[in-house]
Write a protein that binds this ligand. Sequence first.
Ligand code: SF4
Length: 292
Amino acid sequence: MRCELCPRRCGVDRAVSRGFCGLDSEMLIARIAPHLWEEPPISGSRGTGTGAVFFSGCTLRCAYCQNGDISHRNQGQPFSPRQLSDALRRLTDLGVVSISFITATPFVPQLLEALELWRPPLPLVWNSSGYELPETLRRLEGVIDVYLPDLKHWSPAMGKLCAGAPDYFDVASRALTEMCRQTGTPVYDAEGVMTRGTLVRHLILPGLTGESMKLLTWVRDTLPPGTPVSLMRQYIPCNGVSIPGLDRRVTEREYERVRAHMAALELPGYLQEPDSADRDFVPVFNQPESFV
Ligand code: SF4
């Protein structure tokens, strides 16, 4: 079957050939484990975290990705839908408050097959770059409870420079609109865990506060009222990034400028601690201890 799961629309048969993501038709996963460091509505407050499934590969491949070993170099282990289903049971038995599927777009058919075998009785979270096709997202309708998309670049120039995707904002804005259509305004349980909704993540990039402010204004003007934003400041130059200007961290002044804009827009959401900008927060991938 010709693969058109993401906006790259390679049209290749992944059983015999590879497209932009470099993945064949076998599902590859680099980590399945509880993860404590997502936003409070995703990780909860019990200390058990979300059950995170990190899929190998990425359809965006940002030059500065902190998970380059899996997003650019596709490290991971092969999993059948049955094996993934069994792992989801083990994760659930550990008491996690939700299950997060991270960059799963190239494996939507296999993931849906796993969830048909057994659906965890927890909120299911779709964590993605935001670079998604509405028709692929519609296949997830009624299955995914919470969308956790990034919203990365405003200008075609930055989308092209960082990910070879000058259409990033066009595509992501349609994708986020579709996600919100499916989920509506956020719903939380008694412990503050999001059981339904869309939570938008934005990572501030050095020297690009103007882009951040335009994106936040778009969220306020376009998405349903109450849609929360997670404002992230933890950018660190990773993956050997060589783009001029992206070789440093975000300054306190830059962060404060964007944070003040978010406050002026009265956008609800979450702010990241300054000490989260550390490579120690990158999980261990593709090692025996990476899998439950
Ligand atoms: S999932 Fe991979 S092969 Fe399929 S369209 Fe996207 S980049 Fe191309």
